[in-house]
Design a protein around this ligand. Structure first.
Ligand SMILES: *[C@@H]1O[C@H](CO)[C@@H](O)[C@H](O)[C@H]1NC(C)=O
Ligand SMILES: *[C@@H]1O[C@H](CO)[C@@H](O)[C@H](O)[C@H]1NC(C)=O
Ligand SMILES: *[C@@H]1O[C@H](CO)[C@@H](O)[C@H](O)[C@H]1NC(C)=O
Ligand SMILES: *[C@@H]1O[C@H](CO)[C@@H](O)[C@H](O)[C@H]1NC(C)=O
Ligand SMILES: *[C@@H]1O[C@H](CO)[C@@H](O)[C@H](O)[C@H]1NC(C)=O
Ligand SMILES: *[C@@H]1O[C@H](CO)[C@@H](O)[C@H](O)[C@H]1NC(C)=O
Ligand SMILES: *[C@@H]1O[C@H](CO)[C@@H](O)[C@H](O)[C@H]1NC(C)=O
Ligand SMILES: *[C@@H]1O[C@H](CO)[C@@H](O)[C@H](O)[C@H]1NC(C)=O
Length: 650
């Protein structure tokens, strides 16, 4: 059984690689560039029957799509043991000829699945999928993705705002439009007026609410693309969404969607703020889907080998066996250790199929914690954002709780600031790290359907991918904030020096705690100095934060910049602005500190900071108490304790 899950995951990774390498802009009319292909790793038993059924159903779908004005078709053949269910869909702006051409292309690319009992191909112009069980009503499932196109050289925040509004409108209107398809444009308010183009589509076999929930997920996934990306796509089981700065559909398919935006002003807000799920209805649907999924999974564990639903469907966290992970990490050998985090040690492991993962051994052991562990893990595993580490799976059936996470070959930011790679980051890379970290945090705070406060932002929790884009690790392990309130807790789970004073001293927890830590980390990224470095006071040195404020007061803050940075790499105005934003983040009380989405806006906006930070908003005594305490090291113990109380106290 475990084996099956391993294969399943391997397939998922293959699918992701396809997405990364085959995403190219559509130019030809049939729009045949492949976004995703995936094959089930379970083969049909009777291949002759299977191929016969596959051929006849594919032919049936092709025949239906060859009719004028038909964009969607299903066909099944269940006459013998090898049932085949097929769904094909073209985007409604395609001509019949192009639709069939796209179908043929999808057919060819899916055939490489050979005898696999499930497969799918998602292209820009159409999609084709077959399974051994019916999947027609599926909407959104874990594994949904946003595919981001190339980045342009300039950050186009105007374009982003327009696209945001357009996609939000599309995700609200499309479920109310018969046929579940909409194409719309929006004018971009820039110096040279141009246009943003967008479409949304659901399978007509899902419900209107299911379509809405699916498009909300697609919308949230697209939003995780960087701001300067001029085309993006959201792909899920039951829906598809795309935007571009250049037209990809003919003018005559554009429709006025405003009549479908009228009722439900509140869901409009949900779409903008809720991110993943807009409106209460959508939330309930998503919850039901999650519960169903979980229920199916737990049923599956007891019936090995069964393959109840779509074999190519990407899944949530995989349940790993303890022994497999023990083997993968060579019995948690010291050599395989990647680091020690607040919540436990992390090891490098090679799972079956050869994929490298990071395995985190959680320093929480009680049985009571385990129940909560599973529910927390379910929440975390559905967080999808390019700046957040993916949770691939977990194991709660052994002596320790284990998490299986994406492995980042470049390691953590700490290594590049203070470790053996010190001085290797250019200003552009540093800026990208700052920007990406801000986006990841804004997502956790405001765009995911529950608020997640990280509480422990620091360089060792910011990992770097192959392109030196940041991915935040360890989020969600401290408990989730109740939706509407600031939580008072007696202990804190942060790292001293990065922790906001109100949280360190009074246990006052809010999203602004992460804003503070973010500000400190930005100062470290710019200066290359640790916030906890003890100054030589007789030589007139100060702690980093105090030093930064003093320089800023005298308009000398460029002096903060790391000397290893080549001054020709950065614009002075830009770096000054980032320092000012960082200082804003370290202000108290929390009301004067920006939210992380405000930080993202400040960073992407070309103008100057409107409300410059003010020194009277900083309490250095509080800061100093923390820093001085940090030299005594009961840190990881207190973190582990805090986690247990938090998990059991719910
Ligand atoms: C399925 O069939 C393909 C070739 O038809 C083969 O390479 C693969 O190993 C088979 N997979 C399993 C799980 O039997
Ligand atoms: C199914 O179609 C493929 C190509 O379209 C062909 O090679 C194969 O022989 C067909 N199989 C059956 C059983 O009809
Ligand atoms: C489909 O439309 C084309 C052109 O509009 C027309 O020539 C053709 O006869 C139509 N086919 C059917 C089956 O209606
Ligand atoms: C995107 O980047 C790839 C590889 O760098 C390039 O081949 C392609 O033409 C680019 N697409 C656009 C629209 O710029
Ligand atoms: C979205 O819909 C609202 C309400 O109809 C409209 O005011 C706004 O301009 C639309 N935004 C875009 C980008 O189309
Ligand atoms: C469009 O831009 C102009 C000037 O750049 C500004 O005055 C106007 O408010 C903008 N309109 C919108 C809808 O953002
Ligand atoms: C606007 O368009 C004109 C001509 O197409 C071009 O010369 C100019 O550089 C453009 N300006 C901007 C800001 O893109
Ligand atoms: C579509 O409309 C835009 C402006 O409304 C125009 O610039 C463009 O040429 C049109 N394209 C076609 C193919 O008609």
């Amino acid at each position: 059984m475990t084996r099956w899950w391993f294969y399943r995951w391997q397939m998922v990774l293959v699918a992701f690689m396809f997405m990364v390498f085959l995403t190219t802009p559509a130019t030809s009319q049939p729009q045949t560039n492949i976004l995703i292909t995936a094959c089930s790793l379970v083969n049909a038993t009777n291949l002759q029957n299977f191929y016969a059924n596959l051929n006849s159903t594919f032919q049936d779908v092709r025949r239906q799509l060859s009719n004028n004005n038909t964009y969607f078709a299903t066909a099944e053949n269940t006459r013998n043991s090898e049932s085949v269910y097929v769904m094909g869909q073209c985007r409604n702006y395609m001509s019949t000829r192009d639709c069939v051409a796209c179908f043929d292309f999808a057919d060819r690319s899916i055939r490489y699945c050979a005898g696999a009992n499930g497969g799918r191909a998602v292209l820009d112009g159409c999609f084709l999928r077959y399974e051994s069980n019916s999947f027609y009503d599926q909407t959104t499932l874990p594994g949904n993705v946003g595919l981001c196109g190339n980045r342009t050289s300039s950050r186009q925040s105007v374009f982003e705002t327009t696209v945001d509004g357009l996609l939000s409108n599309l995700s609200i209107a499309t479920p109310k439009i018969p046929g579940f398809f909409a194409a719309a444009t929006a004018p971009v308010n820039g110096t040279n007026t141009s246009t943003a183009y967008g479409i949304a589509q659901c399978a007509p076999t899902v419900t209107s609410d299911g379509c809405g929930a699916c498009l909300q997920v697609a919308y949230a996934n697209i939003k995780s693309c960087a701001t300067d990306v001029t085309d993006g796509r959201g792909v899920d089981s039951g829906c598809f969404m795309r935007y571009s700065a250049s037209p990809f559909f003919p003018n005559n398919t554009i429709m006025d969607i405003t009549p479908f935006l009228q009722d439900g002003g509140s869901s409009n807000k949900g779409a903008i703020i809720g991110g993943v799920v807009g409106g209460v209805g959508g939330l309930i649907i998503l919850l039901i889907i999650l519960i169903l999924l979980w229920y199916r999974r737990s049923k599956k564990r007891t019936s090995p080998g069964s393959n109840l639903h779509g074999a190519t469907e990407l899944q949530g966290p995989m349940a790993y066996s303890y022994n497999d992970l023990k083997r993968a990490t060579k019995d948690f050998k010291e050599d395989n250790k990647l680091g020690e985090g607040g919540f436990g040690d992390v090891y490098k492991g090679i799972v079956k199929g050869g994929n490298i993962v990071a395995v985190k051994k959680l320093a929480i052991g009680s049985n009571n914690a385990k129940d909560n562990f599973e529910s927390e893990v379910r929440v975390i595993s559905n967080v999808h954002h390019r700046n957040l580490i993916r949770l691939l799976g977990c194991c709660s059936k052994g002596p320790e709780l284990l998490l299986v996470l994406e492995y980042m070959a470049n390691g953590s930011l700490e290594k590049y600031l203070y470790g053996d790679k010190k001085g290797n980051l250019s200003w552009k890379q540093r800026y990208d790290i700052i920007f990406g970290t801000a986006r990841g945090l804004a997502y956790l705070h405001e765009q995911y359907h529950v608020t997640i406060i990280h509480r422990d932002i620091k360089p060792s929790n910011i990992l770097l991918d192959n392109d030196f884009q940041p991915k935040i690790a360890d989020f969600g392990l401290a408990r989730l904030l109740p939706e509407d309130q600031t939580h008072i807790s007696t202990r804190f789970a942060g790292t001293l020096g990065y922790t906001a004073p109100e949280y360190a001293i009074n246990g006052q927890l809010s999203e602004k705690v992460d804003t503070y830590s973010f500000g400190i980390v930005v100062l470290e990224i710019i200066s290359g100095k640790r916030c906890t470095d003890v100054p030589n006071e007789s030589a007139g040195e100060q702690y980093l934060l105090e030093h930064a404020w003093n320089l800023y007061e005298t308009r000398m803050h460029l002096k903060l910049v790391d000397e290893t940075l080549d001054p020709s790499e950065y614009r002075e105005e830009e770096i000054k602005k980032v320092i000012e934003i960082a200082l804003m983040c370290t202000q108290s009380p929390v009301s004067v500190r920006p939210t992380m989405s405000e930080v993202v806006m400040l960073l992407s906006d070309r103008s100057r900071v409107q409300n410059p930070p003010s020194r009277q908003n900083v309490n250095f005594n509080d800061v100093r108490i923390q820093v001085d305490n940090s030299t005594s090291t009961t840190l990881s113990m207190s973190n582990a304790d805090a986690t247990i109380t938090e998990l059991t106290g719910r």
